[in-house]
Design a protein. Sequence first.
Length: 483
Amino acid sequence: MKKNRYLRFCAVAALVAGAVAAADWHVDSVAGKDAADGTTPATAWRTLWRVNQAKPAPGDRVLFKRGGLWRGELSPVSGAPGKPVTYSWYGQGPKPIIQNSADRSKASDWFEESPGLWSTHSAKLKYDVGIFICDHGRRWGVKKWRNPEWKVQELENPLDYWYDPDKKRVLVRFDCNPATAFSSIELAYTRNVVNQNDRHDIVYDGLCVRYAAAHGFGGGSTRNITIRNCDICWIGGGLQFWRRDPKTGKIVYPVRFGNGIEFWGDATGHLVERNRLWEIYDAALTNQGRNNTETDIVWRDNVIWNAEYSFEYWNAKLTANITFEHNTCVDAGYGWAHAQRPYRNGAHLMYFSNRAATTNFVVRNNIFCRATEWTARSALDWRYGLTHDHNLVWNDGEVPVFGWLDGKSLQKIDWTAYRALGFDPHGTFARPTFVNERQRDYRLAPGSVGKGTASDGSDVGARDMPGLDIDQSLRLGYNNHTL
């Protein structure tokens, strides 16, 4: 009897353990089948639609096969405290790619409306197109926006384009069928790649998120989210809304938007580390809100280049314990988006109007190298809650370090005046030397300034982040804009 009771106990214990054990779910964009159970690589699901239909339990992992590509918007599932749902990878090859764009790479995808004016006609484009990406970024289109006086003649130069919301198509100026000139044409939708609105307790690890004209990772009211080891590129540029002239009421220009990683509104407990972000229309990284609570957010060891802003922040209620440290930020305001923005404002640190009660907001041990307008800009003086120190700053020529909106006038401040305001008492203004800028290897080279000058005696900037070879990245479908 004792033996039988023992055997029954073991059987029940095994069932309980099996019921609570975390599961792995596999996704293969080539060989998978949505009707499969997803529990092994051999029985993987195939589509992003199937992933979005699934209900993984806290602690489960959803694993995308390396080398695969999925189109659409990922809608993640929340986990539980200490048991996040993880979205990651399995297998060999380049990082799995999730993108929210339409492929128009075939000559049959285009119709010549009139000499030199081409339109998409094979299928309707569901959403506004914010980026026209040729050969994964070797060239790109310049978006024109519609207003009551808009004329087709405004498409003057090669690759000038316009999204027609009535017929849901793109019109582009080009001398020949664009698909005969480029091997790849991707039209990025004004949608997020990852929509994590109201989600919590999630980990993303080792994904490539690209080609969307809204946000890479976007959503409000989030908590306990980790994003690490991801590549995020060619994000933003879609139309958010129109502005009107306050006197005449006429539409004067649109607001285009799009951030690499955005925590909107209430946000707490987030960690963003060891990611690479490039070609971002607005901010590579940002937490922002109108009247919200934003606490306990860490941004560290990320490498950013060719974003209008490396980091953007604004809020009006409560902000506490925000840490931006050991990030390498290069060439703010450079890249595809800057020249076609309705207004240009390239800065590594963009502090828009902050009226929130702010404590322990720390920016330290970073590299901020080159910007088109200024290293940092603040719409209000909120130094009482902000600490800048041990940063390495460099701007070429006459670009100021700081733009400070003092009342109605914008004060342009150099390094000496910036430090006199209390910023970076242990910082350095000097040009860093990187291992290999062409391959986007922004680790500090031996003998460079910034080595050993971090607050803990280590090097400033992202720690041990490898580069991204241009030729290899293009072959893999990544982009790396040539220097």
